[in-house]
Design a protein around this ligand. Structure first.
Ligand code: 4AD
Ligand code: MG
Length: 467
C-alpha cells in the first residue's frame, strides 16, 4: 500500500513501529545525488514540506539504466525497507528494493529547475507552481485556515449558509460587478427606446456575480441568530495591487441581537483563533515562512495573538495621521477614505499592532450601516493589521426602517430593488451586526506572503484569467 510522506514525518506512530517495515512511497523527484557506490533520491509528494530520502544501491534491478531517467520532476514509485537515518534532517529513510518510473519528465523542457524562481515567473506556470516548496506550503496553510474557520464558527454555534453567487442586488453599492447574461453581446435585444431589453435575458432581469453574501446572510441571521458564509465573491474593480483580486473568498458572519462591540469581539477572537491553529498544526510550514519568506513572522504572530487589539474612531485616526508629520501620497482629510498607506501607518508605526477603526463618515460607507446620533458617522469597523492593512470590514446594520429608507433615498437606491431587505426591518427587526473577512488577506497576513496573487491557486486580476 502507498504511504504518504506526512505519515512518516509526523511520527503518528513511534519510530520503532516503522523501522524495518516495507512500504511503497510515491511522489515527484526533487534531487538525485550520486555517491561513489549508491545514490540518494529525494522525493516530494506535497503532503508535507520536507522531502523523503531514498537510498538506491547498485543491487537494484536496472540500476544503471534507471538512474539517468530520474531527473527533477519525474514521478516515481519506490518500495523498500524503512531504516533509521544517520542524516540529521530526517529520522527515517528508505532502502529501496524496487523503483518504478510512473511518469517521465524531460529535463530540458521542465520549467521548474532546482534554482529559486521569482513569484512572477511562477505565476506564469500556475499549473506547476504548487510543486514548489513555497506554493505547497501556502496551499497547506490555506487549507488549515479554511478548516479552522469552520471550527471557530461551528464551536460558537454559527450556522453555515450558502448564499447565491448570481444576484440582482448590489450589496456594497459600489457598482464594481461582473454581469451575468446569456444575451448575445454582439446583438442584444433592444426596447423601443434603444436600451437593452433584459426581460429577455435568462433571469428576466439584469444579474451579476455577487460582491458579498451579506444581504442574504442578514436574512438568515434574522431567523437563526448566528450564521456565517464562506464563499467566492467578485469585484470588477481595476485594482492592480498586491492586495486585490477580482475573485476572492470571503467569510461573512452575521449575528442577530449583536452590536458593534459584539462584532469587534468576534473579529478579534477569529483572527487569534486562526493564528493559534496554524502555530499548533502547521509548524513545519510556518517555520519555513519565518525563515524564507518573512523574517520575524512567528514573533509578530505571537504578539498579535497575545495582545488585545487597539481601538480608535475614524475621527481620532484622522487626527493621528494629521499630526504624524508624514508626507502621504494621498492627503489626509476628515471625510476622505483611508488609503493603504494611512492604514499601514496606523497599524505598523503608530500602534504597532492590529487596530480596529470605527465610526467612519457615512459618505464613504455602504447604505446598510447603522447611523450614529451625529447623523454624520456610521457604526462601521475596519480591522487593520501590519503588512496588509484592511483585513476585515464590517458594521452594525441599520435595523430601523425609517432611517434606512432615508439613507436609500439619499443614495438614490430604489426601494423596490431591496423590498425583501426592507421587510426584515418591518417584521420583527432586531439589532444585528456582521463583518466580511477577506480569506486571501488572512492567508497573506499569516504566511507573510507579499502578493495576494500567490496565496490563491489560480488568481484572477485585470488582464488575467489563464488556467
Ligand atoms: O470591506 P468589504 O468590501 O465589505 C463587504 O463586502 C461587507 N459586505 C462585509 C460584511 O460586512 N459582511 O470587504 C470585506 C473584506 C475586506 O476587508 C478585504 O479583506 C476583502 O474583503 N476584500 C478583498 N480581498 C481581495 N481582493 C479584493 N478586491 C477585495 N475587496 C475586499
Ligand atoms: Mg472595506
Amino acid at each position: 500500500m502507498r504511504v504518504k510522506i506526512c505519515d512518516l514525518k509526523q511520527h503518528k506512530k513511534p519510530l520503532e513501529e516503522l523501522v524495518g517495515k516495507t512500504i511503497t512511497i510515491k511522489g515527484w523527484v526533487r534531487t538525485v545525488r550520486n555517491q561513489k557506490t549508491f545514490s540518494f533520491i529525494e522525493i516530494n509528494d506535497g503532503s508535507t514540506l520536507t522531502n523523503f530520502q531514498i537510498i538506491a544501491e547498485p543491487t537494484l534491478p536496472h540500476y544503471d539504466t534507471l538512474l539517468p531517467t530520474l531527473s527533477t520532476g519525474t514521478a516515481i514509485s519506490a518500495t523498500g525497507q524503512l531504516v533509521e537515518s544517520p542524516g540529521k534532517n530526517q529520522a527515517l529513510e528508505m532502502k529501496a528494493t524496487s523503483i518504478e518510473v510512473i511518469g517521465k519528465c524531460d529535463t530540458e523542457e521542465y520549467p521548474l529547475q532546482k534554482k529559486r524562481h521569482t513569484f512572477e515567473f511562477l505565476r506564469s506556470i500556475a499549473h506547476l507552481r504548487p510543486r514548489t516548496n513555497t506554493l505547497g506550503a501556502v496551499t497547506r496553510v490555506r487549507n488549515a485556515l479554511a478548516y479552522a474557520t469552520h471550527s471557530f464558527f461551528q464551536e460558537r454555534n454559527f450556522v453555515y449558509i450558502h448564499t447565491p453567487i448570481i444576484t440582482g442586488a448590489d450589496c456594497e453599492g459600489a457598482g464594481a460587478m461582473f454581469r451575468v447574461t446569456t444575451l448575445d453581446v454582439e446583438k442584444p435585444p433592444r426596447k423601443e427606446d434603444g436600451t437593452v431589453d433584459y426581460s429577455q435575458d435568462f433571469f428576466a432581469k439584469p444579474t451579476f456575480l455577487t460582491v458579498s453574501g451579506q444581504l442574504n446572510g442578514e436574512i438568515y441571521a434574522c431567523a437563526l441568530s448566528d450564521i456565517y458564509t464562506f464563499g467566492p465573491t467578485f469585484r470588477a474593480e481595476n485594482s492592480n495591487t498586491s492586495r486585490h483580486l477580482a475573485e476572492f473568498w470571503m467569510i461573512e458572519p452575521e449575528m442577530a441581537f449583536a452590536d458593534l462591540d459584539d462584532n469587534m469581539e468576534c473579529a478579534e477572537a477569529y483572527i487569534k483563533y486562526l493564528i493559534n491553529y496554524v502555530l499548533k498544526n502547521c509548524q513545519e510550514d510556518m517555520f519555513f515562512f519565518d525563515k524564507y519568506i518573512s523574517n520575524g513572522l512567528l514573533e509578530r504572530l505571537e504578539l498579535v495573538r497575545n495582545a488585545p487589539f487597539e481601538k480608535a474612531t475614524y475621527t481620532y485616526a484622522v487626527r493621528i495621521l494629521e499630526k504624524s508629520g508624514k508626507q502621504f501620497q494621498y492627503p489626509v482629510k476628515w471625510g476622505a477614505d483611508l488609503q493603504t498607506e494611512h492604514e499601514r501607518y496606523l497599524t505598523e508605526e503608530y500602534f504597532g499592532k492590529p487596530v480596529i477603526i470605527t465610526d467612519y463618515p457615512k459618505d464613504i460607507k455602504a447604505f446598510y450601516m447603522r447611523m450614529n446620533e451625529d447623523n454624520k458617522t456610521v457604526r462601521a469597523m475596519d480591522v487593520l493589521v501590519p503588512k496588509v492593512g484592511e483585513i476585515i470590514g464590517g458594521s452594525q446594520r441599520e435595523e430601523r426602517l425609517p432611517q434606512i429608507q432615508e439613507r436609500m433615498r439619499e443614495l438614490k437606491l430604489k426601494e423596490e430593488d431591496y423590498w425583501w431587505y426592507l421587510e426584515l426591518r418591518k417584521f420583527g427587526s432586531v439589532p444585528h451586526s456582521g463583518f466580511g473577512a477577506g480569506f486571501e488577506r488572512l492567508v497573506q497576513f499569516i504566511t507573510g506572503m507579499e502578493n495576494i496573487r500567490d496565496v490563491i491557486p489560480f488568481p484572477r486580476y485585470p488582464g488575467n484569467a489563464e488556467f
